[in-house]
Every structure is written in C-alpha cells, then in structure tokens.
Write a protein that binds this ligand. Sequence first.
Ligand SMILES: Cc1cc2nc3c(=O)[nH]c(=O)nc-3n(C[C@H](O)[C@H](O)[C@H](O)COP(=O)(O)OP(=O)(O)OC[C@H]3O[C@@H](n4cnc5c(N)ncnc54)[C@H](O)[C@@H]3O)c2cc1C
Length: 398
Amino acid sequence: MTATSQFDIVIIGAGPAGLSLARSLSGTALQIAIVEMQSETILANPPEDGRDIALTHTSEKLMHDLGMWAHVPQDQIGTIRDAKVVNGQSPFALHFDSTGSGADYLGRIVPNHLIRQSAYNVVKDQANVTLICDSEVTTVDTNSAEGRVGLKDGTVLRAPLVVAADSRFSGTRRKMGIPANSLDFGRVVIVCEMEHELSHENIATECFHFDQTLAILPMYGNKSSVVVTLPSANAEAVMNMEPQAFADDIAQRFGGSLGKMTLVTKRHPYPLVGVLAKQFVATRFALVGDSAVGMHPVTAHGFNLGLSGAKLLADQIIEAENKGTDIGATAGLKRYETAHRRVVLPLYHGTNALVKLYTDTSVPGRILRDAALRVGSFLPPVKKRILHQLTHIERHAR
Ligand SMILES: Cc1cc2nc3c(=O)[nH]c(=O)nc-3n(C[C@H](O)[C@H](O)[C@H](O)COP(=O)(O)OP(=O)(O)OC[C@H]3O[C@@H](n4cnc5c(N)ncnc54)[C@H](O)[C@@H]3O)c2cc1C
C-alpha cells in the first residue's frame, strides 16, 4: 500500500533557496515538507565546494532577517569595498568604489558551504517544517485541486502548493513540462581559495586575458577566492597543474600585485550553463532559486536572486494565508512570477551579453571590449546603475 501524507506546501530541494523559503514561512501555521536527496548529515555539515558567494546588501539584510547571518562565523565573512575590471594589458580599467554609493562597501563574500549550513541551521528546529532527507522525488503532478509529489520509496506527498528548488538542472521543472532556455557557454569555471603575501585591500579584480578570465574576490585576511574561466577543452590541463605551478601562474597573471600566492583548497570545476525557465509558475506550482534561473556566475547574482525570489514568493503565500484564501491560487503565483521576472530578465540577458563581449577573442571583440571599459569608466550613469544594484536594499527586503 502507498503511504500518503498531507502538507500545505511541498518544497523539492533543500539547497539554500528551498531552505530560505521554508524559513520565511516558519512563522505561519502552514505545514511544510522539504524533500532532499542528500542526507541530513550532509545538510548539517556541507562540504566545502570552492564557491564563495558575493552577496548584495539586500541579501545580507535578508540573511539577517532569516537568522542565517548569525550562523555564519564572523571571521569567515569577507568585505568587497571596491571592484575593478581590467582588459588584458589595456590601461583602461572600470572602477567601482563604494564612495558615493551611500554604502561603506559594495558587498560581502561568504563561502557557499557556510551559507548552506546557516540555511539548514535556521530550519532544522522549526515546528512546522518536516525535512525528508535521503529521499528522491520521482513524480510530480498538479491539478486545479492539489499537487502530488511521489518519492522513490513509494510515498506520496499531497499539498495545495508544490515548489521546486532543485537546481538549474531541475528534474521537477521538466516533469511539469515547463520549458527552459539553456545556454552552454562552452566554458568551465575553476574555483578555489588562495592565500597571498600582500593585502587585497578588499578590492575585487576581474581581469580579461585573451585565453582566460580571472577574478579575485577578497575574503577575510590575506585570502582570496580565485575564479578562472576558460574554454572547456583547456580545463583538464589547468586542473592537473601542480598546485604551486597553478598558484604561480595566477600570481603572475595578476602582475604579482598580491605577492606569492598559495593554494589552500582543492580546485573545483563547474561547466558554465545558463538556464532561464520560460515560466516560473504553473497550476499549484512554482520554481525558485536556480530552477527558475541559473545564472552565469560572472556577475555573482545566482544566490542573490534565489534569496530575493524566495522572499517574493513567501510574501504572496503569507498574504493569502493571512486573508484565509488559497495559498496555491494562480493569481498569487502569477504576482510572484511577474515581480521576480522583472528583476531576473535584465540581469540574465545583461550577464549573457557581458559574457559574450568579454569572451570574444577576435580582434574586433577585443577592441569593442576596450571601448566598453572606456565608456563604462566615463559614463557615470552606467556605473551608477551597477553600484545601485549592489548596494541598494530592495524595497521588499526592508
Ligand atoms: C562557481 C560558482 C560561483 C558562484 N558565485 C555566486 C556569487 O558570487 N553570488 C551569487 O549570488 N551566486 C553565485 N553562484 C550561484 C549560487 O551558488 C546558486 O545560485 C545557488 O547555490 C543555488 O541554490 P539553489 O538552492 O537554487 O540550488 P542548489 O544549491 O543546486 O540546491 C538544489 C538542491 O536540490 C536537491 N535536489 C535536486 N534534485 C532533487 C530531487 N529530485 N529530489 C530531492 N532533492 C533534489 C539537491 O540535492 C540540492 O540540495 C555561483 C555558482 C557557481 C557555480
């Protein structure tokens, strides 16, 4: 016989997006199930994965409000005060400094595994949240009356609302028949952490060479998150370099400005694929986090969007709950979709255009890139808009 359990919301995926949505709803009377493939031991102690997440002021505020910030060790939080974009050997750099933005810094940077851990910590003891770990979702379907989520062990979870937060390669999105545009950049990003002799002075630097893009994000102390983007065909050779040879190469590409550099974590490769779901909602169903939009990491928006999207959806659900209306009604879900897409679409398409410009190795491409940096340097409105995006706290997060 098949066991059936009834909830108000079933969230698929206990990544940072799914968990932060559950935490946003923990003050309600709603019964929430979160289904996760991984074990609870892994959620409690996620392994280091090389990703260091640059967080906007809005995300820092949301993490505070959800109680997550208090679970991140203070000495593991880095501050990005300024950012600089450099095109190879060109003397023109696009410089973003926090001066004049009304904020003391552009953003924070926190290792991804600590974000995941903080999200788990704020959810694990919530009375209205049931974590179902070591459990894979195999079927999902919804109709005008309810959603049904089938697990590998035969259990069926029923709820008036199902939310997928199961990564950019979301199997649930596919099962629900929601198409997605996906863009394979044909590149791999290799991420790791390095210590260095000299201070980074809290400046993030993005440097475009013709064969690689390098980014250094300042972490706490004399430590940086290093992000190397290169054509997929070259990735294996770079992954196989001797650790010190790799570190020396990075140090030299940054002109020795950080002194001697040393690799202090493993190198982690990620194939670069951007994904945008054609719709974020369906009948009694919503997508959040990377399952709605999986960003190229160059503009560091993925989790920032995951967090703000989860907040938008939570607001709709809480409003319906307070009014005693249907939390899975199409009208509320559509309001979430409209508000989130308004933020997502310009960032998704803008990021992809930027990636195209900065990975074009042709001579016209390089000239255009140089011109773009000059225009960016000399056109205050362009810089102002980017700075605003980083440092401004979104109205819904206040
Ligand atoms: C190299 C790199 C650097 C990045 N840097 C930044 C940055 O600086 N700033 C930023 O904002 N973002 C950044 N991001 C993006 C950020 O890491 C992601 O947006 C974020 O981790 C996505 O969270 P999520 O919860 O949506 O998905 P995930 O973290 O992918 O979690 C999905 C969860 O769903 C579970 N799951 C999947 N399928 C099933 C199933 N069938 N049944 C049950 N469970 C399932 C998985 O086990 C997983 O736990 C970066 C990404 C990369 C790759």
